[in-house]
Design a binder for this molecule. Structure first.
Ligand SMILES: Cc1cc2nc3c(=O)[nH]c(=O)nc-3n(C[C@H](O)[C@H](O)[C@H](O)COP(=O)(O)OP(=O)(O)OC[C@H]3O[C@@H](n4cnc5c(N)ncnc54)[C@H](O)[C@@H]3O)c2cc1C
Ligand code: FES
Length: 253
């Protein structure tokens, strides 16, 4: 983990309120693994006070660049979207426990911006299938060839929620199932999987974060069997069975 000044190489709008930013940070790009995240000081001014967490969407080790995909939801993401080529941002990372990449076949299930980290994961996997869902076609953060799509308004793929695509795959044919999206979506996907498959299911969770590296306790997420786990240091990737989904849904930001 390093704390460095990263130079902005590009910022572009890729959808309604959705942006792609490319940062030059060779040491961080070299160290980053799929599922890890960065804490970014979005603005050099006093606000927002705290850095904001973003999943690494892709990392080019040779070129020294990192790519993030983000949706503008408030002051921090707004400031990030207004950066220009040549600006500099402070970046702490890579942080957290990422996806345990393995050789067998994986299924990736993403909801909305939850797919932001999947390009990096997919680039490091062998055989894999992808199911993606969002409210409408424009809100699909990433649409790789071959992915099965579902949108609530029917503007791309099947009309409905991403869970309706689970009928089109054999859940027993995967070594791992990776799920990332809003809490309610992840919970619904996990619940729809046969019990024997849930044990191999992983989720990437979001929580409000302050430090990002395990010291403040601000990102605590309820664990199954009681107690809490730190989203930033114990996760953000967890076995689905490690989490208490009832308490997480109540506390979701
Ligand atoms: C590990 C991790 C990885 C993430 N990766 C991405 C990513 O790749 N792309 C992306 O667009 N976003 C990602 N997020 C969410 C992103 O960090 C928040 O959208 C951002 O911090 C909001 O900051 P803001 O100042 O713009 O908004 P704020 O003014 O802080 O908040 C605006 C709204 O967003 C909600 N919000 C704020 N933080 C979070 C959060 N952590 N999770 C869910 N809702 C939140 C608030 O409740 C509020 O409704 C990630 C979060 C975590 C924890
Ligand atoms: S954000 Fe500080 S412990 Fe996780």
């Amino acid at each position: 983990m390093t704390d460095c000044d990263a130079s902005v190489k590009a910022v572009e709008q890729v959808g309604p309120g959705i942006f792609r930013i490319v940062l030059l940070a060779p040491g961080t790009a070299r160290e980053s693994l799929p599922g890890q995240f960065l804490m970014i000081e979005a603005s050099p001014g006093p606000f927002p006070l705290l850095r904001r967490p973003f999943t690494v969407s892709s990392a080019d080790r040779a070129g020294g660049t990192l790519e993030l995909l983000f949706r503008v939801t408030g002051g921090g993401t707004g400031a990030l979207s207004r950066l220009s080529r040549g600006d500099s941002v402070r970046v702490l990372g890579p942080l957290g426990r990422g996806w345990p990449v393995s050789d067998g076949r994986w299924l990736l299930v993403g909801g909305g911006m939850g797919a932001a980290g999947f390009p990096f994961l997919a680039s490091r996997l062998g055989p894999h299938d992808i199911l993606l869902g969002a409210g409408n076609a424009a809100s699909l953060a990433w649409t790789p060839p071959g992915a099965l799509l579902a949108t609530e308004d029917g503007s791309a793929g099947t009309k409905g929620l991403v869970t309706c695509l689970l009928d089109r795959i054999d859940p027993f044919s995967y070594e791992r199932i990776a799920v990332c999206g809003p809490v309610a979506m992840m919970r619904a996907v996990v619940a729809a999987l046969p019990p024997g498959v849930r044990a191999s299911t992983l989720v990437s969770l979001e929580s409000r974060m302050a430090c990002g590296w395990g010291v403040c306790g601000g990102c605590a997420v309820p664990a199954s069997g009681g107690g809490f786990l730190r989203c930033c240091a114990d996760g953000p990737v967890f076995e689905a069975s490690e989490l208490d989904w009832d308490r997480i849904e109540e506390a979701a930001p």
